[in-house]
Design a protein around this ligand. Structure first.
Ligand SMILES: [Fe+2]
Ligand SMILES: [Fe+2]
Length: 230
């Protein structure tokens, strides 16, 4: 059963106290809706030192500058992903959310907020891509043995993404020129959306099809546990 929390109505502190209680230490299925007119709730959640609790944020609708988010407790067994496709798409959504937060700071020229967000974005990208490079792409390469096949293409894209993210992080750290930061951020996030779509169309379903149900289950559990500890 979900609960709706409105920061404007309840006051920020009270809202967050409720949220921590609702998504607290139990493994029951929990969904809480949060309306916010300020910063992304995930950042607030991390600032509260709640990083060990696996909360998955989904932006729903925006009305008059206020946005409604759904917060799920990922520790709930019923919400665990069942396939490589599901768990990787969930991680894409998470990375796109951080990218959106990063884009919003850049567009609003809120440079003070940008550096920790870019560093977090880079760290989440590295973790995601490392898993794809070490486990998923070798499985794809087994199936398509061509030296210029899909594993080669996705691997090249990973190198471009990681290099661009590292350069952007450095540029922001050194307080580079706003127009360069803006164009690099846009280029990286646009590229990332196209890359993720290619993986969702091809890579994950092929990997799922190649695994036995036990192999799939242990791979999904491994990745899900890893991202739950973010
Ligand atoms: Fe990838
Ligand atoms: Fe991916």
């Amino acid at each position: 059963m979900g609960q709706f929390l409105d920061m404007e109505r309840l006051g920020e502190e009270r809202t967050w106290r409720h949220l921590v209680q609702q998504l607290g230490a139990n493994d029951q299925c929990r969904e809480v809706l949060v309306a916010s007119n300020g910063e992304h709730p995930e950042r607030k959640w991390r600032n509260l030192g709640e990083s060990s609790k696996a909360v998955f944020w989904t932006p729903l609708i925006e009305v008059d500058g206020r946005r409604l988010y759904s917060a799920h407790n990922e520790n709930c067994e019923a919400l665990r992903p069942q396939s490589v496709f599901e768990c990787m798409v969930m991680d894409h959504v998470h990375i796109h959310q951080i990218a959106e937060e990063m884009n919003q700071s850049v567009e609003a020229e809120e440079w003070g907020d940008l550096s920790p967000t870019v560093s977090f974005f880079h760290a989440m990208l590295k973790r995601h891509i490392e898993f794809e490079e070490e486990i998923l792409l070798p499985l794809l390469a087994q199936r398509y043995a061509s030296p210029r096949g899909p594993a080669y293409v996705l691997g090249s894209e990973h190198r471009w993404i990681l290099t661009s993210a590292a350069e952007l992080e450095e540029l922001v750290r050194q307080q580079g020129r706003p127009e360069i930061i803006r164009s690099r951020t846009r280029a990286l996030t646009t590229y990332l959306v196209a890359h993720a779509a290619r993986e969702e169309d091809l890579l994950y379903a092929l990997v799922d099809a190649q695994l036995t149900s036990d192999e799939r289950k242990s791979l999904v559990t491994f990745f899900d546990d890893m991202v739950s500890n973010r």
